[in-house]
Write a protein that binds this ligand. Structure first.
Ligand SMILES: Nc1nc2c(ncn2[C@@H]2O[C@H](COP(=O)(O)OP(=O)(O)OP(=O)(O)O)[C@@H](O)[C@H]2O)c(=O)[nH]1
Length: 356
């Protein structure tokens, strides 16, 4: 929300009235946040979220040495996935002296040198004490613009969640079918639009298996708690459909793509990707060199919101072919985050670009 009278940054507020002058605020922009995982969580969560992000806030604690292994891993992921709109937050400034703060700032600048975050602004804040949050919002506003350019294409949505129940408090006419949650990567979506979902459902008959795309119609759209008549790229949506709720139950459609029928990328059970491997494994105390990808090794692959395991069927220096355990719908040129199992955890080792 923004106050029409007070200039930014004091004008931003979550309140319906401006805390500064009492004027009624106006809705300025809807923003959704995807949290990155804590120490024990797999990188997949962060990588699958990364595909739908327009920008990133890299939070660094001012009272710790920078970089921490996890921070390194996350910056590397942003770098290779190609998220360029970044704001660095130097948090917990209430816990350190001015000298320590400056020292930590120089560590941050040294750490991001030569990376995608090299020129990102560093905003010192205290989340707990509510210091400089308005300045941070201002920085987000300029560094991460609303992705208007994506709206002029056929609607395509990456599905991050799917549910068998409607939102609590939904009216009776809305309780119709399964709900899919995610974000539009392109295009504009309205209630009443037809939707195709790919790869769809797995059907096994007489020992043979095939994946069949699902067709449905949008019944309602929510952006956060607000029912909307039009959804555009940016922000997380809950899209009501007329699907049998058993099809959307328990995140069963997570990783699939929904869009205007006939415009979605083909379903792939295997593909060849061009490889861009990192030099070293990041995020482990001893940074090991990354060896070449070998035939028969299993890899965890993140494409959009999909996570699948692929077994390498042939490998050359800059190229690998993988057979997928679970098919995906993805276009040529789509980015694949590649992880390898190292010391019982999946670790990011590079990216691939789908060739065929
Ligand atoms: N003093 C101080 N403490 C803070 C500040 N921000 C967060 N904390 C504390 O730091 C701790 C960790 O905060 P979280 O929000 O859980 O951090 P996180 O990065 O999500 O942690 P993970 O679960 O590991 O991802 C909590 O105890 C917070 O109260 C701050 O600005 N100042």
């Amino acid at each position: 929300m923004k106050c029409p009278k007070c200039p930014a940054p004091q004008g931003y507020t979550v309140e319906k009235t401006c805390p500064n002058c009492g004027e009624k605020t106006e809705e300025h922009r809807t923003v959704s946040f995807v949290d990155a995982p804590g120490h024990e969580t797999l990188m997949a969560t962060m990588l699958s979220g990364a595909a739908i992000m327009d920008g990133a806030v890299l939070v660094i604690a001012a009272n710790e040495e920078c970089p921490q292994p996890q921070t390194k891993e996350h910056l590397m992921a942003l770098d290779i996935i190609g998220i360029k709109n970044i704001v660095i937050v130097q948090n917990k400034i209430d816990l350190v002296s001015r000298e320590k703060l400056v020292e930590n700032y120089h560590q941050i600048k040294e750490f991001v040198k030569g990376t995608v975050a090299e020129n990102a602004p560093v905003i010192p804040i205290s989340a707990q004490q509510n210091i400089n949050i308005d300045i941070l919002i201002d920085a987000l506003e300029t560094q991460i613009p609303t992705p208007l350019h994506k709206a002029g294409k056929p609607a395509s949505m990456l599905i991050a969640r799917s549910f068998d129940i409607n939102r609590p408090g939904a009216s009776i006419d809305e309780i119709l079918g399964g709900v899919i949650g995610g974000t539009l990567t392109e295009g504009v979506l309205h209630p009443g639009d037809e939707l195709e979902i790919r790869p769809g459902i797995k059907i096994t008959t007489e020992g043979s298996t095939k994946w069949v795309p699902i067709l449905t119609t949008v019944s309602s759209i929510y952006a956060g708690a607000t029912k909307v008549e039009e959804a555009t790229p940016g922000g997380l949506l809950a899209v009501g459909t007329y699907l049998d709720p058993t099809l959307t139950k328990g995140d069963s459609l997570t990783g699939q793509i929904a869009g205007i029928p006939g415009t979605l990328p083909e379903t792939r059970h295997q593909f060849v990707m061009e490889l861009h491997l990192l030099e070293r494994v990041v995020g482990v105390t001893k940074e090991e060199k990354i060896n070449e990808i070998k035939t028969s090794e299993p890899l965890m692959l993140n494409i959009g919101t999909a996570t699948t395991v692929g077994v390498v069927t042939s490998a050359r220096k800059n190229e690998a072919q993988v057979a997928l355990k679970r098919p995906i719908s993805a276009a040529v040129g789509a980015m694949v985050a590649i992880s390898r199992r190292i010391d019982s955890r999946w670790r990011l080792i590079g990216v691939g670009v789908i060739k065929s």
